[in-house]
Design a binder for this molecule. Structure first.
Ligand code: XIL
Length: 361
């Protein structure tokens, strides 16, 4: 009797121990962040204020990412809100955070029509010579200050029209002509010869006319010796953008030999007209099927990047906010959506696990 009882307890103990071991293994697995599964940097863009005031968000950020971009805190409007009043405080905080947590700091961005302060427009409107000098001074001061600290810059953001192959008729374009773009790259390179310099834009993964226009500019820059080192695909995509078109675009861009950065990744269900408040809400509820489909889409994006872009050109993948709670989409386009890999409660969605798998495979 006693012996039987002893054997029974032994079996029970082994069972309990194996369950515990399995659980620990699961825990260990879930402790592997995205960055640990990846051969290239995995980044997130984030609002510095939100990050600093949320310890749970910080933990997720540190566990998963080894590259960081400021969503808006490093744009011209934040850096130079008034004449001669550089505001380095917020950029310095994010630099400290990046250094402390061994993360690459990505500079977004130097010249963007949407973030040009009013005072610059007012002054530049009256005097294009002043504007040209101002742009040079701004870039040299800013890039120079973070020389060796900011690894890479989106030098010019969205210089092409939302669709088609024309330059966007921005204030910069109208006052300085298209040469403002190459000048911006030259000034940035003069200020930090080691920084990796990107041209960054949206819809170039789906609009081949726009992509060709960007690639023509790149070709011309290379011929003229303009220091451009990378192309940023913002990659704000939608569930119904065909993978085949994305694959084709990545392949064409990679053929330039430049670095390829998926710089602002998110995947929406609803649609919009590319303009502020221009959301068109077809979906108002997120179902389990939708979550699964989004996970698949995220995974194929990761796989395409890994398979199509040669290793030496894989600059990294950056998610634009990583939680549905913080995503810019809802506020900017004024519509519901669930674009990110974590949900409103900071829980990982199926998309998160799909990205992890895609990175590991
Ligand atoms: C967005 C920010 O996320 C928002 O917080 C801000 O209100 C507007 O800009 N393309 C870009 C990014 O290059 O700078 C934009 O970021 C999103 C679209």
């Amino acid at each position: 009797m006693k012996k039987k009882h002893f054997i029974k307890s032994g079996i029970l103990l082994i069972l309990v121990l194996s369950i515990l071991a399995c659980n620990n293994l699961k825990k260990m697995e879930s402790a592997i962040g995205l960055k640990d599964a990846s051969t290239f940097p995995i980044g997130t863009a984030i609002k510095i204020h939100t990050l600093m005031n949320d310890t749970i968000l910080q933990k997720l950020q540190i566990d998963n990412f080894n590259s960081i971009t400021a969503t808006s805190d490093m744009k011209m409007q934040s850096i130079l809100p008034a004449e001669n009043q550089y505001n380095w405080k917020t950029a310095d905080i994010i630099l400290q955070y990046a250094e402390k947590n061994n993360q690459r700091l990505f500079g977004h961005n130097l010249i963007w029509h949407s973030s040009t302060p009013k005072w610059v427009e007012e002054k530049g409107e009256k005097d294009s010579i002043w504007l040209g000098n101002f742009m040079q001074q701004y870039i040299k001061t800013y890039v120079g200050r973070y020389k060796g600290k900011v690894a890479a810059w989106d030098v010019v953001n969205e210089a092409f029209a939302s669709s088609g192959g024309n330059y966007r008729e921005t204030f910069w374009y109208k006052k300085l002509g298209e040469s403002y773009i190459e000048k911006a790259f030259r000034y940035a390179h003069e200020a930090d010869a080691n920084a990796v310099l990107f041209y960054n834009d949206f819809n170039i993964e789906r609009d081949t006319v726009k992509l060709n226009a960007v690639l023509n500019m790149v070709k011309e820059f290379k011929e003229k010796g303009v220091p451009i080192h990378g192309i940023g695909f913002q990659m704000h995509i939608r569930m119904d953008i065909p993978d085949e078109i994305i694959a084709y675009s990545l392949k064409k861009a990679a053929a330039t030999g430049l670095q390829i950065h998926l710089s602002e990744v998110d995947i929406i269900f609803n649609t919009h007209n590319d303009e502020r408040l221009g959301g068109i809400e077809n979906y108002s509820v997120l179902t389990d099927e939708m979550k699964q489909a989004q996970a698949e889409k995220y995974k194929s994006l990761i796989k395409m990047y890994k398979e199509i872009v040669p290793k030496a050109q894989q600059f990294g993948i950056t998610f634009w906010d990583f939680t549905d709670r913080d995503s810019w989409i809802k506020g900017f386009f004024n519509m519901k959506d669930w674009p990110c890999i974590y949900d409103d409660n900071l829980q990982p969605k199926p998309a998160y696990f799909a990205v992890l798998e895609g990175l590991k495979e």
